[in-house]
Every structure is written in structure tokens, then in C-alpha cells.
Design a protein around this ligand. Structure first.
Ligand code: ADP
Ligand code: MN
Ligand code: MN
Ligand code: MN
Ligand code: MN
Length: 336
């Protein structure tokens, strides 16, 4: 009897930032299909998701892919449900209103590879700083690149798992990297980013390193923070053929700055200062090719006759892509 190893993955209830949790279920003769997966349960009192007296929470499988590391292994993304079958309040995925997958999302996940031995990013000496920012973005050569083998190994894992990863690049700070994942459907995009994060975090365990998603881990220095730019479109934007329509979507965000920032990640005020390719957290702006704006209208959208997509540059690297997508959909869907 063939045994399969199913890694059930979920988001815990920690505030202000939820983290990944997982545990392994061994089953016999598994078909490999999502619909053949059973719900499972866990001790919610150990993850800030329940009280000890009634601790069981339910894991409901929503996405499956092969685990590229383990033979007969699968990664199973799950939603956390209460014992009565309703969505747990920590469950951002359940708040996404995109049943027809009209919304496409491309998230750009930035992160630092962090060395606990120095409590600094890879490439930083134990005392002081490496050479100032400049040569690191898309850099080449041992004086500029710290952790490429990890970035590349992660990319291969994402591809082997079947994720729709579209690219990677070295970022502006030393030891800082990015991967991009695109999906047609907000839930799918969120699932794939979370699985991508899982593969990355699990990968660096074996090197004694961790991934730092704090949006400004080096404080108010001249080192960039990390974001998770949210590129999005719906059929309205993809077929707009009109500058006015595209700007109408942008304007819909203006009165909702607070509501968006509330789900764009903790400590994002430290990152959205108006410097280092960001807009101030208190302002709202948009513009073609403007990397200092809240929302950038990509040149693509302008040159393709004002049909295309938009980039909300405000979400932080530690934001939950489910909650970011849910909020963007809430703002954009009513625009006609
Ligand atoms: P940059 O670093 O210049 O902001 P990237 O290439 O890192 O750009 O990321 C751009 C993202 O935009 C990609 O992930 C891509 O999939 C996404 N994207 C492109 N077209 C669309 C679209 N129509 N709807 C949603 N996302 C899109
Ligand atoms: Mn036990
Ligand atoms: Mn990018
Ligand atoms: Mn970037
Ligand atoms: Mn971007």
C-alpha cells in the first residue's frame, strides 16, 4: 500500500502578523486530488485560535500541489474553520469575494534572508554595514550577491511544485530578494504566494537561516524596506480602453486609505515614509510609471490603449495576500 505524506498548511492566529503552521498526515492510496482530501483538525489553543476548553479547529483543504522535496509528498493549503463549520476569524481567504475568478493578481514578494548568528541579513558583517545601496539590485558578483543559491533553489522548488512563479530578482538592499507569482483568481494567487513562502521558509531551515518579512527590518537607515506590490486587474480594467476608466478605478481607492492600510501589513508605517520608492502612508497618489506613488499605472497599461492592470505599491512584505486581495476587490468591483 503506497503511503503519501500530506503537509497540511494553515495560518495561525497571531497578531498583528499571522505565521505559517503545518503538520504531516500519512494516508494510504491517495489519488492526488483535492476532492479526495479529508478535513483535519488541530489544537487551536496552541496557535491563538481557540481557548483550551474547546480547542479543536478544522483544517479544510483548498489547494494541493506536489511537495517537490518529499517522495509521495503533497503540500495542502487549508482554510481554518470553527468546529461549527463557519470560517474562523483568522481566515482571510474566506473573505475574498471573487467567485468567478475575474480578478487576476500578480504579487511581488520581497524578503530578506536573515542570519541569526549576526542578527543581520546575509551580506552584512557582524558589526557595521556593507557598502551602501546601489550595486545590489539585480547585481552580479560575490561583492554584490548574498544568497543566490537559496533564491535559485527556491525558484526550482516553486516550479517543481507547479506554482505559477513568473520571475525573481535581487533587490535594492544586500541580502534582499523578490519572487513574483501570478494567478487568474484571487484565491489561487493567495494560495500560491503562501505555498511559495512555505517552500522558502522551509528551505532555509536547513541552512540555519530564516526569512525576515518585516517591512523595514533595518530601521530608519538608508536601507530599503520590503514590500509585496499587488498588481491586479479585472475585466473592467483589462478592457477599459480609456484613461478615464482607469483613473476612475484609481480614484476609488482615495477615500479608503485607512481601510487598505489596515490589511497591508504591520509596521508598514516604518516603510511607507515617502522615501526609498514608496509613497507616504498618509497620502494617496497615482501616476503612470510613478514608483513614488501609492498606485502605479504601469507603462504597459498606457501603451496598450489604456487597457491593462494597476500596481498597488503599498502592501508590505508581511501582508496576507488573501486580505490584500479581498480589500482590493471590495474597492474595485463596484467601479463601473
Ligand atoms: P516591477 O518590479 O516592475 O513592479 P514585476 O515584473 O516584478 O514588476 O511584477 C509585475 C507583476 O505584474 C507580475 O507578477 C505580473 O504577473 C503582473 N501582471 C502583469 N499583467 C497583469 C494583469 N493583467 N493583471 C494582474 N497582474 C498582472
Ligand atoms: Mn498531540
Ligand atoms: Mn518587481
Ligand atoms: Mn521589488
Ligand atoms: Mn512592483
Amino acid at each position: 500500500m503506497a503511503k503519501s505524506k500530506l503537509e497540511y498548511i494553515w495560518l495561525d492566529g497571531y497578531k498583528p502578523t499571522q505565521s505559517l503552521r503545518s503538520k504531516t498526515k500519512v494516508v494510504s492510496n491517495f489519488s492526488g486530488k483535492l476532492e479526495d482530501l479529508d478535513d483535519w483538525s488541530f489544537d487551536g489553543s496552541s496557535t491563538e485560535q481557540a481557548e483550551g476548553g474547546s480547542s479543536d479547529c478544522i483544517l479544510r483543504p483548498v489547494f494541493i500541489c506536489p511537495d517537490p522535496v518529499h517522495e509521495n509528498g503533497y503540500l495542502v493549503m487549508t482554510e481554518v474553520m470553527n468546529a461549527d463549520g463557519t470560517a474562523h476569524e483568522s481566515n482571510g481567504r474566506a473573505t475574498i469575494d471573487d467567485e468567478d475568478d475575474d480578478f487576476w493578481f500578480g504579487f511581488e514578494q520581497e524578503y530578506f534572508i536573515w542570519d541569526p548568528a549576526t542578527d543581520k541579513p546575509l551580506g552584512f558583517p557582524a558589526n557595521g554595514y556593507p557598502a551602501p545601496q546601489g550595486p545590489y539590485y539585480c547585481g552580479v558578483g560575490g561583492q554584490n550577491v548574498f544568497g543566490r543559491e537559496i533564491k535559485d533553489e527556491h525558484l526550482d522548488l516553486c516550479i517543481a511544485a507547479g506554482l505559477n512563479v513568473e520571475g525573481t530578482n535581487g533587490e535594492v538592499a544586500a541580502g534582499q530578494w523578490e519572487f513574483q507569482i501570478f494567478a487568474k483568481g484571487a484565491k489561487q494567487a493567495g494560495d500560491e504566494i503562501w505555498i511559495g513562502r512555505f517552500l522558502l521558509e522551509r528551505l532555509v531551515e536547513k541552512y540555519g537561516l530564516f526569512i525576515e518579512y518585516h517591512p523595514k527590518p533595518l530601521g530608519q537607515t538608508d536601507w530599503n524596506g520590503s514590500g509585496m506590490h499587488a498588481n491586479f486587474s479585472n475585466s473592467f480594467l483589462r478592457t477599459a480602453a480609456s484613461k478615464e476608466k482607469v483613473e476612475k478605478v484609481c480614484e476609488a481607492f482615495r477615500p479608503l486609505v485607512k481601510e487598505h492600510i489596515a490589511v497591508y501589513g504591520a509596521y508598514n508605517d516604518q516603510r511607507l515614509t515617502g522615501k526609498h520608492e514608496t509613497a507616504s502612508i498618509n497620502d494617496f497618489s497615482y501616476g503612470v510609471s510613478d514608483r513614488g506613488a501609492s498606485i502605479r499605472i504601469p507603462l504597459y497599461t498606457k501603451t496598450h490603449g489604456w487597457s491593462g492592470y494597476l500596481e498597488d505599491r503599498r502592501p508590505a512584505s508581511n501582508a496576507d495576500p488573501y486580505k490584500v486581495a479581498a480589500r482590493i476587490i471590495k474597492t474595485v468591483k463596484p467601479v463601473k
